[in-house]
Design a protein around this ligand. Structure first.
Ligand code: SF4
Ligand code: SF4
Length: 382
């Protein structure tokens, strides 16, 4: 399926099968000849592309984008691990385990098609623990919705991987890993490192991307991890994210403790990983701008990190229109930080940091992200 989404500033076009996406500054669809040429240039069109098979979405509204580009969808809050830094903490006594039902999922698929949302990011908990997980994947395949699976890797068995290999709209399987065996098992539990490596061998490396959450213990271990993965014939990319604050994390020793630690971390990242000249908006918050999150109950949040805080529910797809939720002023203004308004580094790429970090460390969603020193050190002199 090709989605052509009109936006205030032009259009965004996406091929859900080839996973190619292109943003154009002018709305082109009215000029068929130019449109076809541009689509061929960017490899959006496959051979024999029929112009009738294009989903045209014209839903320009108050928010910057007419709809998110991606939705983080928690399909279950159940998990077999209890990782130290995970935001998906559940109190098994007070909160029942919950799995998204197929009727809610169908509503979300309908939202994706109506508003031209490009990708569902299936997470949890551990998505493989949803009793109907394979049925969910088959439904997404049938509806030609592109999706990524976020998993801890425990259930990438030979049997499951033989199913995953046949899926056409599966973009990536993002597998969490934390660095060395020692630090990984400290965070994710005994033997989890060896299990993940063993299981990932059951699937084509190209489908896998490792997800590593940078914390004060593991940021210097990345190159050793790459060697270890290569030794196991897992030649794949590692996506680096910053550790995020949540209610649980304060009780751990994983977050950076002092200004000096943030500065050392920033200098190491600048030297070794981040090319901030190429990727100016590396630190930008996408919540309420190009992404949002939906929980197992159908509640919509600007960001999935906040999904245990009822006060950040913007609406529920079971009883409100998604368009209304996306254009709610709380969604539109979500990533504004009061303290960043006059900061020179805002425009340079910081864009105000992470709202979830701010909330869980200061109690104020509009407060300052504790990583501010890190952003300053990273972006200064760029
Ligand atoms: S560097 Fe700090 S004050 Fe400046 S925009 Fe980023 S978080 Fe805000
Ligand atoms: S609040 Fe933080 S975790 Fe959530 S989307 Fe923004 S930057 Fe990402």
């Amino acid at each position: 399926m090709i989605i052509y989404r009109k936006e205030k500033t032009g259009a965004i076009i996406f091929n859900t099968k080839t996973k190619k996406i292109v943003e154009i500054e002018e709305e082109l669809f009215s000029n068929t000849k130019i449109f076809i040429n541009v689509m061929k240039k960017y490899n959006i069109f496959e051979n024999n592309q029929n112009l009738k098979n294009i989903l045209i979405v014209n839903n320009i509204s108050n928010n910057v984008l007419s709809a998110p580009l991606k939705i983080f969808l928690s399909i279950t809050n159940e998990c077999n691990l209890q990782c130290l830094h995970c935001f998906n903490y559940i109190d098994k006594k007070s909160e029942r385990l919950k799995y998204i039902d197929i009727s809610t999922l169908k509503k979300i698929i309908n939202i994706c098609k109506t508003y031209g949302i490009f990708e569902l990011k299936l997470s949890g908990g551990e998505p493989f623990l949803h009793p109907n997980f394979i049925k969910i994947l088959k439904l997404l395949e049938k509806e030609e919705i592109m999706y990524t699976i976020y998993t801890n890797g425990s259930y990438l068995s030979e049997k499951n991987c033989s199913i995953l290999k046949k899926l056409k709209y599966l973009k990536k399987i993002k597998v969490s890993i934390e660095g060395s065996k020692e630090i990984n098992d400290y965070i994710r539990g005994k033997d989890s490192f060896n299990n993940v490596i063993k299981n990932c061998k059951n699937i084509n490396s190209k489908l896998i991307e490792f997800n590593l959450t940078l914390n004060r213990y593991n940021y210097k271990l990345i190159f050793d991890l790459v060697k270890e993965l290569n030794k196991n014939n897992l030649e794949t990319t590692i996506d680096l994210g910053l550790i995020r604050y949540n209610n649980k994390i304060k009780k751990t020793d994983l977050v950076f403790k002092s200004k000096q630690e943030y500065i050392e971390f920033a200098n190491y990242c600048k030297k070794n990983f981040f090319d901030l000249k190429k990727n100016k908006n590396y630190f930008a918050c996408s919540g309420g701008y190009s992404s949002c999150a939906i929980d197992v109950y159908g509640n919509v949040f600007p960001c999935g990190m906040l999904q245990h805080e009822k006060k950040f529910i913007i609406g529920n797809i079971n009883n409100e229109s998604f368009n209304k939720i996306w254009n709610d002023i709380k969604m539109i203004n979500f990533n504004i930080c009061n303290e960043c308004q006059n900061c020179l580094l805002f425009e340079k790429g910081c864009l105000g940091g992470c709202r979830s970090n701010a909330f869980y460390s200061t109690g104020d969603i509009k407060g300052k992200d504790p990583f501010c020193t890190f952003y300053q050190e990273s972006l200064n002199n760029m």
